[in-house]
Design a protein around this ligand. Structure first.
Ligand code: COA
Length: 317
């Protein structure tokens, strides 16, 4: 059974606004990016979703295609965004099979919770390579198609059809800094900066390049990794001014806005979708629970044992 629309798309968007558009999505089988893709496909787009795990990526593509009769969604697995050549092949295949690439979502990301003391040079490098270099590789592999799409779809377009748009999925940690997230903060700061440069250099060719920065989003692998399973729901959400965690639909709706005719003049910026969470420093409570208070756990040299994929501190800076 297809996922109900209310879980990934609000009622405000008209069916068909993305008819005949093609979106290329890295990390498209993940919880946030699959909702973004599902929303665009629901509204008329076809899609290529890219991932490392072939089975997971192909299964997600079949699932997403169920949202609209006649939708074409291709899952291209076995692609690591750290490899430019494999991304380039995926982009060429997508354009060949679906006819174009009009929109790109650079969503592939790596994350785990670690203090600097336990982060090896290779651990830091892995996240920089996936997030920052992976975003660069994605843009580099798809930009020729986006430039073609932008020239076919002037901004603003008389018909309302849009093209030549890129969104990277960023984060908010680097606005204030976040303990246990030095690697991701550095990587996403670079991603935001890169998007600004893309807007400056390719804006004159009709491209828009923006980041969307999700806050804490319910039910995502990211938050499963960042949040201690011992934290009560009330404690998790009390630091967020809007009083709740976000939903994948919140991110999908922002994506639709930026790619649509309503987002024509949004360029070179970050759309923050976090319920004002970043303004309350530490509201995401990465790695915190009743026994893990800042800065005591750092001084003790421990991290919560209730974190998915967390390692105990091994090395010292
Ligand atoms: N704490 C500290 N270091 C860690 C770690 C953790 N929890 N998890 C991995 N690392 C280190 C490894 O020890 C390794 O360094 P080393 O060679 O010095 O030991 C380095 O990171 C690379 O790990 P490896 O597992 O070989 O890399 P990978 O390329 O297979 O995986 C990751 C990349 C580490 C980012 C992995 O978490 C991943 O695949 N994530 C994808 C999914 C994801 O993060 N989703 C959430 C998106 S928000």
């Amino acid at each position: 059974m297809a996922v109900p629309r209310s879980e990934y798309l609000s009622k405000v968007w008209a069916d068909g606004i993305f008819a005949d558009r093609v979106v290329f999505v890295t990390g498209g089988a993940g919880s946030i990016c699959s909702a973004q893709t599902r929303a665009l496909v629901h509204l008329g787009a076809n899609a290529c979703i890219i991932g490392r795990n072939a089975d997971k990526t192909e299964a997600a593509a079949r699932e997403i295609a169920k949202v609209r009769k006649g939708a074409k969604v291709i899952g291209i697995g076995g692609v690591d965004v750290r490899s430019f050549d494999s991304l380039k092949s995926a982009a060429d295949r997508c354009a060949k099979e679906l006819g174009a690439i009009d929109f790109v979502i650079a969503g592939a990301a790596g994350n785990f919770v670690s203090p600097l003391s336990a982060l090896s040079p290779n651990g830091f490098k892995a996240v920089i390579e996936i997030d920052t270099i992976g975003t660069f590789n994605t843009i580099k592999a798809t930009i020729p198609y986006l430039v073609q799409s932008a020239s076919r779809n002037p901004n603003p377009s008389p018909s309302g059809a849009t093209g030549g748009r890129i969104i990277s999925v960023s984060a908010t940690f680097h606005y204030t800094g976040m303990p246990l997230q030095s690697h991701v903060s550095a990587a996403k700061a670079a991603v935001d900066s890169l998007m600004g440069s893309v807007a400056l250099e390719y804006g004159p060719l009709g491209i828009t390049a923006n980041s969307i920065a999700p806050g804490a989003i319910e039910g995502t692998e990211g938050m499963e990794r960042l949040s201690s399973s011992q934290l009560e729901k009330k404690q998790r959400t009390e630091g967020v001014p809007s009083g709740r965690w976000g939903t994948v639909r919140d991110i999908a709706d922002a994506t639709v806005f930026v790619f649509s005719d309503a987002g024509n003049y949004v360029n070179g910026t970050t759309v923050v979708v976090d319920g004002a969470g970043w303004r309350r420093h530490g509201s995401l409570a990465v790695g915190l629970d009743a026994n893990m208070k800042y800065p005591d756990f750092l001084i003790r040299g421990e991290i919560s044992k209730y974190l998915k994929g967390g390692k105990s501190t091994g090395s010292k800076l």
